[in-house]
Design a protein around this ligand. Structure first.
Ligand code: ATP
Length: 353
């Protein structure tokens, strides 16, 4: 059995079911992100682990122990919320010490642990500050130290970065990951930001309307999305509508251009419509580009995005974007130009609904 185990979890609010039969085992020391759009049920799952919500059905265990009968304060869990939930009338030291005091730790135990925690978040010098005297990022680091001070079995992070500036968000997410790995603490992180989830997780759960569409490593989620929803939610993706020509050989038509997929097409027949996905970074129009497959299209737009230039091609009824790295000397194609986009057949993914 996994360290944190969620078995057949269902949750309804009145007549509305917001979590449908969710199952997952999370290993000790793993960092798992729940990723999905607003309302998909990710926070509800986190709140059930914390004990703030009761599952309508199913079982949650931590280290083999059923959590069902335990109130939130009886569970050995640390939590950090989106809004800075520090006690405004307590300084940093007392905020971090709070849980230890409640647990009846001695003064010297508390002081040692608080020092250790402030060292971990590199805020030793701010022990006397009050929350209103600190930046949002500093407050969230204190909130993290407070959650970790009591040595929880599981750390729950509910969009802890979403109220911060973009730059701080990136540095703090790296710091959270570093601390998590240093302590080896099992962590569940909720976010609607795909870049955030991809960058720091061991595994990601992509939630769609109360269900897990896919559970996998960032590589698996990005490279082999299981559904159209995952494909479009994670990263930028071209969806190409094609017609099956010969399922046995993987031959399809994109508009009037023939393309052969890397594998035969299961469960479809000639004339059926098929959705294919191609990442913008998978194609190239360079003379030197390799790739066993190509499509010719007309340039509709080029967008300078900094490190890459994204060009949109019209291929029949489809629009296909591809990226060129912004190297010195790179020349993007002009509007209206006809170009040949080369890519590997294996990068053309068949998307199931
Ligand atoms: P967000 O990022 O906006 O918080 P989420 O994916 O975390 O979204 P949840 O907060 O888990 O979504 O909510 C899932 C669904 O359950 C939503 O439709 C929400 O309106 C509903 N919901 C959540 N809490 C309650 C509640 N206490 N009573 C009734 N409905 C609720």
């Amino acid at each position: 059995m996994s360290f944190l185990s969620l078995t057949n979890i269902k949750k309804s609010f009145g007549p509305v079911q917001v979590v449908h039969d969710f199952n997952m085992g999370i290993e000790k020391g793993e960092f798992v992100s729940f990723l999905g759009p607003s309302g998909c049920g990710k926070t509800t799952i986190l709140r059930m682990i914390a004990g703030f919500e009761t599952p309508s059905d199913g079982r949650i265990t931590i280290d083999g122990k059923d959590q069902g009968s335990l109130k939130p304060n009886q569970r050995n869990i640390g939590m950090v919320f989106q809004a800075y939930a520090l006690f405004p009338n307590m300084n940093v030291h007392d905020n971090v010490a709070f849980g230890l005091k409640v647990a009846g730790a001695s003064r010297s135990e508390i002081d040692t642990r608080v020092k250790q925690m402030l060292g971990l978040i590199k805020l030793d010098h701010l022990a006397d500050r009050f929350p209103y005297q600190m930046s949002g990022g500093q407050q969230q680091r204190v909130a993290l130290a407070r959650a970790l001070a009591v040595k929880p079995q599981v750390l729950l992070l509910d969009e802890p970065l979403s109220a911060l500036d973009a730059k701080i968000r990136v540095s703090l997410r790296e710091e959270i990951r570093q601390i998590q790995q240093q302590l080896g603490i099992t962590t569940v992180f909720v976010t609607h930001d795909q870049e955030e989830a991809l960058s720091i997780s061991d595994r990601i759960v992509v939630m769609n309307a109360g269900r897990a569409d896919q559970i996998g490593t960032p590589f698996e989620i990005y490279n082999t999305p299981a559904t159209r929803f995952v494909a479009s939610f994670v990263g930028t993706l071209n969806i190409i509508e094609a017609k099956v020509a010969d399922p046995a050989t993987g031959a399809v038509m994109v508009g009037d251009q023939p393309v052969t997929l890397a594998e035969p097409i299961a469960n479809l027949k000639g004339g059926d419509t098929i959705s294919l996905a191609l990442r913008p970074e998978a194609g190239s129009i360079a003379e030197s580009a390799s790739g066993d497959t190509s499509l010719v299209g007309e340039v509709e737009a080029t967008n300078f995005l900094g490190s890459v230039i994204r060009t949109r091609l019209r291929v029949g009824n489809d629009l296909i974007s591809f990226d060129m790295f912004n190297n010195p000397g790179v020349v993007p194609p002009s509007y209206g130009e006809s170009v040949k986009l080369r890519f590997a057949a294996k990068d053309l993914l068949v998307i199931r609904e």
